[in-house]
Design a protein around this ligand. Structure first.
Ligand SMILES: Cc1ncc(COP(=O)(O)O)c(C=O)c1O
Length: 380
């Protein structure tokens, strides 16, 4: 018998009740029932994003919302500041480049968080910067960036906004959009939202909507103004991923029932247990100082083939963990704990890691990692 388990930081494992809902016969997106669902989703998303403003929904992967957060926000001749601390930070730069936007990169060592003071210094020395682009959680390195501090700095500049890719941050740790003064925050469905890939989200502050008003970059599908107008009528501008919306209503209800605070606490606990297990096994964390609670990136110890380890996870246990991307390829594995994960899920993946490491010749006592995790997971 073969079972499959996803421990990649997107897509993630999904609740079966949500899968079942999505398997129901499809409805039409201009039906009153769909509009009712849309209305509920709008409220649920505001709760999740912790904002009074509308959260726009697009049928695309998360990168679609990232692209929209450039093409709708900036104008020809605008300059941006881009935090590049990993693959997804680099993506902000690539999108800016495709739209002809000049940007200043802040190249952060992979595995480290950006120092907000660098942002302050650059904004101070270059008043032509209109937007700061960053991740809340850089999934390629497992780092959490100091969004509260960065947002506070950017708030001091009337004509500059902060754009946060919170694709693996939302529903994982606290990023209260309005309370922290975040101007644009985006997310995607296949992470903590416990859905398949296919929908992306973008919420904007009043300050950011002023940027949208003057933006003259080309846009068509990802047109924030158009989508806002549709959303206010519980409609999407184009044919939406109907089944995913149906699933989204369920997962937003699940999040609301658990309560955001408890959701954050659960992620905190799973992350703490996973980190403790890695340390107990003598493994080094890739982001030891400022880890994100979405995933744990861990260095492959000397003498172990990282790609083979990842391969064996799947071949022997049906478990998908993520390998390192780009310059981290073969050097780290990334174990996710965002979304539909509970205590025993982590015990299982840690146990599988132990068995594989043992087989590959790594020296340690079996059960060391599991035990360290259990000590943290025992008291709920
Ligand atoms: C932080 C972050 N940003 C952006 C993306 C890109 O999203 P997608 O692959 O859904 O386009 C991801 C997906 O892994 C991500 O983790």
């Amino acid at each position: 018998m073969e079972k499959k388990y996803l421990f990649s930081p997107g897509p993630t494992m999904l609740p079966s009740e949500v899968l079942l809902k999505m398997a129901e016969p499809i409805m039409h997106h201009r039906e009153p029932e769909f509009e009712r669902i849309f209305g509920e989703i709008r409220e649920g998303l505001k709760y999740l994003f912790q904002t009074k403003n509308e959260v726009l929904i697009f049928t695309s992967s998360g990168t679609g919302a990232m692209e929209g957060a450039v093409s709708n926000i900036l104008s020809r001749g605008d300059k941006a500041l881009v935090v590049r601390g990993g693959k997804f930070g680099e993506r902000w730069g690539e999108i800016c480049k495709s739209y002809g936007i000049e940007f200043i990169p802040i190249d952060v060592e992979w595995g480290k968080a950006v120092d907000p003071e660098w942002i302050q210094e650059i904004l101070e020395s270059d008043p032509s910067i209109r937007a700061v682009y960053t991740q809340a959680s850089e999934t390629s390195t497992g780092v959490k960036h100091p969004i509260k501090e960065i947002a506070e700095i950017v708030r001091g500049y009337d004509d500059t906004i902060i754009v946060v890719d919170a694709i693996t941050g939302i529903g994982v740790f606290n990023i209260p959009m309005d309370a922290w003064g975040i101007d644009v925050m985006i997310s995607g469905s296949q992470k903590a939202l416990m859905l398949p890939p296919g929908i992306a989200f973008a919420a904007l502050s009043d300050k950011a909507w002023k940027f949208v008003e003057r933006s003259d970059l080309p846009k068509y599908y990802f047109d924030f103004k158009k989508e806002l107008k549709s959303a206010k009528k519980n409609q999407s501008s184009y044919t939406p991923a109907i089944s995913l919306y149906v699933g989204l209503r369920e997962t937003l209800n699940m999040i609301r029932e658990e309560g955001l605070e408890n959701v954050f606490r659960r992620h905190e606990k799973l992350a703490a247990a996973t980190r403790a297990a890695m340390k107990a096994l003598g493994l080094e964390l890739f982001a030891p100082e400022t880890p994100s609670n979405a995933l744990t990136a861990v260095k492959i110890p000397a003498g172990i083939d990282g790609l083979k380890l990842q391969d064996l996870f799947f071949k022997k246990f049906g478990i998908t963990v993520a390998e390192g991307q780009d310059r981290a390829k073969g050097k780290i594995i990334r174990i996710a704990h965002l979304g539909y994960y509970e205590r025993l899920d982590m015990v299982m993946v840690i146990s599988a890691l132990e068995m594989l490491l043992k087989e590959m010749g790594y020296k340690f006592e079996l059960g060391t990692g599991v035990r360290a995790a259990e000590e943290i997971l025992m008291d709920k």
